[in-house]
Every structure is written in C-alpha cells, then in structure tokens.
Ligand binder design. Structure first.
Ligand code: NAI
Length: 261
C-alpha cells in the first residue's frame, strides 16, 4: 500500500476494460479518487466504481475518445470539477489490429496512431498544462509496450506508435523535471486482456506466445497495476523518464534461454 496516494486524483484513459480497469481498481484500493475514462457503451465502468467505493476510494466515469482534443479536455475538467485536482494522469487507451504493411490503409494507420500516440500526447499536454498552472508536482504514466523495442511485423502502426511513446515520454520527462513532474512509461509484455482475446482463445497461438516469455506465463492486468501505483507514489519520487518493462523477461532474448548462441 502507498499511503500518499490516498485522496490523490488519478485519471485513467481506456479504463473500461483490461489493464486500465485493473489500475482503476488498484488505485481505488489505495483510496485515491479515480476518474475512469471509457470508450464504448459495451463497457461497464459502474461495476468498477462500486468496487472502488467498497474499498474506500471514490470514482466517477466519463465517456470519451482520447484522439479528440475536446474529449481529453473534458476528462481533465471532470477530474478537477469532481475532486478539485489532477495529480496522476495515466494514458492507457490503445488499439491494435493485424494487417500486412502493404495492405494497411491510411485510415487504419491513422486510427491506431491517433488513439495510441496522438491520444497520449493530448493527455500528457493537457495534464502537464493543468499541473504546471497549479504548481502540482504530479506524475504521468504512459502505457507503452514491449513493441517500443521489439519490431512487430503486420503491426507496423502499433509498433511505430509505441516507439513514438518511448521518446514522447523521455522528452516530456526531461522538459518537466524542473517542475518536479515525473513522466514515465510502462511497457507490458503479453497480458491477459480483451486486446489479446482472439489470440489467447486459440490454444496453439497461446502456447506460441508463452514460449516467448521466460517466466513462463501470460501476465495478469493486476501485475501491471501493481507497478503503476508504485510509479505514481512517492516511493518513486526520483524516477522519471523510465520505461518499466512488465514482461516476464520477454525483452531479454528468450531464444538464448537454453544457453545456446
Ligand atoms: P483493452 O483492449 O482491454 O484496453 C484498451 C482500452 O482502450 C479499451 O477499454 C478501449 O475501449 C479503450 N480505447 C480504445 N480506443 C479508445 C479511444 N479512442 N479513446 C479512449 N479509449 C479507447 O487492452 P489492454 O491490454 O488493457 O490495453 C491497455 C494498454 O496496454 C494499451 O495501450 C495497449 O497497447 C497496452 N498493452 C497491452 C498489452 C497486452 O498484452 N494486453 C501489451 C502491451 C501493451
């Protein structure tokens, strides 16, 4: 537990499902005020809100698209109007789809880039503006991926967006360190969430993924959330510009595990 998170206001994008939802619940356990951005009416943030309230936190929801300037501003306004501040911004929303690069339409490229990278930029920009205007020594966490490092054929838009997330995070960390605002990212490996549902429903594909993970299993969203609360807390007060890989060793060349090479 991180007592300094109690009463802090945390805005999480794409928190209707998966890692975002797990982070919302975990910040609730830390008794933070959680603003849940969700994207589709299929998602059910009300259950998450009830869980957070049961644990002594507070939560509100706001529907919105991170690629739209007015929606991102509305999310920040919701945090400030409801809870009086914004202390932690988590740019988590992201999408992917598999397409060979020569068949990728401009629309498809733009959709992934505008959600994953432009959405992250807008979230960072507006949160930093609020924090600097109000003298808040806040924390920003961007959800990247192991594919900020590992090339990924058929997912060139996704890999490019996460590669961009790396330097976006590092640049803003450098720019805002003098204001004591920390900007970090988390790069998950393979985590059991809806984004991977199709892949993990197929036993052969799932087995193939597990072979790429030295620790030997697919991660849980809660294991990512545990890192997010640490990064947001004072325990990480001297950490900025970091990419924290939460990947069971996936980025550590698992092909060499058998001692060959
Ligand atoms: P997910 O599909 O459960 O979550 C993504 C969320 O983003 C969904 O709730 C979706 O509705 C929301 N979203 C999509 N477009 C949006 C938009 N324009 N505006 C606002 N919200 C939008 O998948 P997951 O795994 O929880 O993904 C969360 C983040 O973690 C993503 O950025 C993803 O790239 C990243 N990630 C996930 C990995 C995994 O294995 N699950 C691995 C590496 C990174």
């Amino acid at each position: 537990m991180y007592p300094d998170l109690e009463g802090k206001t945390v805005l999480i994008t794409g928190a209707g499902t998966g890692i975002g939802q797990a982070m919302a619940r975990r910040f609730g356990q830390e008794k933070a005020n959680v603003v849940i951005n969700y994207f589709s009416d299929q998602e059910n943030p009300d259950d998450t809100i009830v869980d957070i309230q049961k644990n002594g936190g507070q939560a509100v929801k706001i529907k919105g698209d991170v690629s739209k300037e007015e929606d991102v501003q509305a999310m920040i306004d919701k945090a400030v109007d409801t809870f009086g501040s914004l202390d932690v911004m988590i740019n988590n929303a992201g999408i992917e789809n598999e397409v060979p690069s020569t068949e990728m339409t401009l629309d498809n490229w733009n959709k992934v880039m505008s959600t994953n990278l432009t959405g992250m930029f807008l979230g960072c920009r507006d949160a930093l503006k609020y924090m600097t205007d109000h003298g808040i020594e806040g924390s920003i966490i961007n959800m990247s991926s192991v594919h900020q490092q590992i090339p990924w054929p058929h997912f060139v838009h996704y890999a490019a967006s996460k590669g961009g997330a790396k330097l976006l995070t590092e640049t803003l960390a450098l720019e805002y360190a003098p204001k004591k605002i920390r900007v970090n990212s988390i790069a998950p490996g393979a985590i059991d969430t809806p984004i991977n549902a199709e892949k993990f429903d197929d036993p052969a594909l799932k087995k193939g993924v597990i072979e790429l993970i030295p620790i030997g299993y697919i991660g849980k969203p809660e294991e990512v959330a545990a890192c997010a609360v640490w990064l947001a807390s004072k325990e990480a007060s001297y950490v900025t510009g970091l990419t924290l890989y939460v990947d069971g060793g996936m980025t550590k060349y698992p092909g060499f595990q058998a001692g060959k090479g």
